[in-house]
Design a protein around this ligand. Structure first.
Ligand code: ATP
Length: 352
């Protein structure tokens, strides 16, 4: 049975449609990231799952039960807000077990649970501290512990990393993912950070302008984005204007190229965008033999960052990036004419 389903959900605020006809189904224990630019409706969708907003139309089920009109306190959800929203006048332990107190759990039960959660969050001995005495990372752990206190069925987090500095953010992404896997709890995270989504998610839901544009595993979305917007949003992509010349061939700037994926749905003569990922593109000096499936260009910048080398090329007014490991270094320099090899299987086409 599906852990969480969202069926035909639309949310309007007056004339603004924040979420439009969203249909999604997630398995029990799945880690999902809603990813998209500011204002695309991610938070509104999350708040409807939480019960903090009511859909204008459509339904939401959890564990097979219709939750659409069930009030927030009757849903078994735990939520972490962007600001963490901890109570400053309560201790760490009191914050964590606040919901247990409301539901009448005894003091000893609450203390045991607080201890257990603080151990799990690597914050032992902190139960009596004030929130003001904690670092940003510690506050986040307390907010997570508080959300998990009642063993929720679904765990929701709205931009949980945004208040943390970059180093801590990366470490917490891994830690949160490990915790989620350990607990096996269906989890939805809202983020606008693609690396965060790629690090943590089983399923990424890419949103744009109130709608779901694509949903799938991180690798699926990276390898087969449905359109330019998604391709640009997930990872770095090289996009070149092209025209289809056959079922699986296209012409870029007068050069014929074979297309490995995504070519279906386009017909000969269609204007398209040829997409490649930088790590699948290779650069060779123009003096070397021309590789198969290559266009020509000129090197505009070389960036050596140790583990990888980035070569930026100009290809008839469009930038193409090649990211190589040092062992594939083609010994090219800025201003040099080059072959830019884009192997057939690395080439896909998208609507312009
Ligand atoms: P961000 O990353 O900036 O938080 P988001 O993708 O989470 O953006 P939402 O906060 O869900 O986007 O907002 C989606 C749209 O709905 C926006 O146009 C926003 O202005 C509008 N909106 C959200 N909440 C309300 C509200 N309570 N009243 C009116 N409009 C709202």
């Amino acid at each position: 049975m599906s852990g969480l389903t969202i069926s035909g959900v639309t949310k309007k605020f007056g004339h603004v449609t924040a979420v439009e006809d969203v249909n999604l189904a997630f398995k029990d224990g799945e880690m999902v990231c809603f990813l998209g630019p500011s204002g695309c409706g991610k938070t509104t969708l999350l708040r409807m799952i939480a019960g903090l907003e009511e859909p204008t139309s459509g339904s939401i089920t959890m564990g097979g039960r219709d939750m659409t009109r069930v009030p927030v306190h009757q849903r078994e959800i735990g939520m972490v807000f962007q600001s963490f929203a901890l109570f400053p006048h309560l201790t760490v332990g009191e914050n964590i077990t606040y919901s247990m107190r409301i539901r009448g759990h005894s003091r000893s039960e609450r203390e045991d649970r607080a201890r257990e959660l603080l151990d799990m969050m690597h914050l032992p001995e902190m139960a009596d501290r004030r929130i003001s005495q904690l670092s940003g990372g510690q506050r986040q752990r307390v907010a997570i512990a508080r959300a998990l206190a009642l063993n929720p069925q679904v765990f929701l987090l709205d931009e949980p990393m945004s208040a943390l500095d970059a180093n801590l953010r990366e470490a917490m992404q891994i830690e949160l993912r490990k915790l989620q896997q350990e607990l096996g709890i269906t989890t939805v995270v809202v983020t606008h950070d693609q690396t965060e989504a790629m690090t943590m998610a089983d399923t990424i839901v890419v949103m744009g302008k109130a709608r779901v544009l694509q949903s799938g595993s991180p690798m699926d979305i990276y390898k087969k984005p449905v359109d330019r917007f998604v391709a640009d949003f997930i990872g770095t992509s090289n996009l070149l204007p092209a025209r289809m010349t056959g079922d699986a061939t296209a012409e870029v700037n007068g050069t014929a190229l074979g297309i490995g994926t995504n070519a279906h749905g386009f017909a000969k003569g269609d204007e398209v965008v040829l997409m490649t990922r930088p790590e699948e593109v290779f650069v060779r000096p123009a003096s070397a033999e021309r590789p198969a499936n290559a266009v020509t260009g000129r090197v505009t910048f070389v960036r050596d960052i140790g583990a990888t080398i980035e070569i930026l090329c100009d290809c008839d007014g469009h930038e193409v990036i090649s990211v190589l490991t040092p062992k594939d270094w083609p010994e090219v320099e800025i201003g040099q004419d080059v072959h830019i090899e884009m192997p057939k299987d690395a080439c896909s086409v998208l609507a312009p």
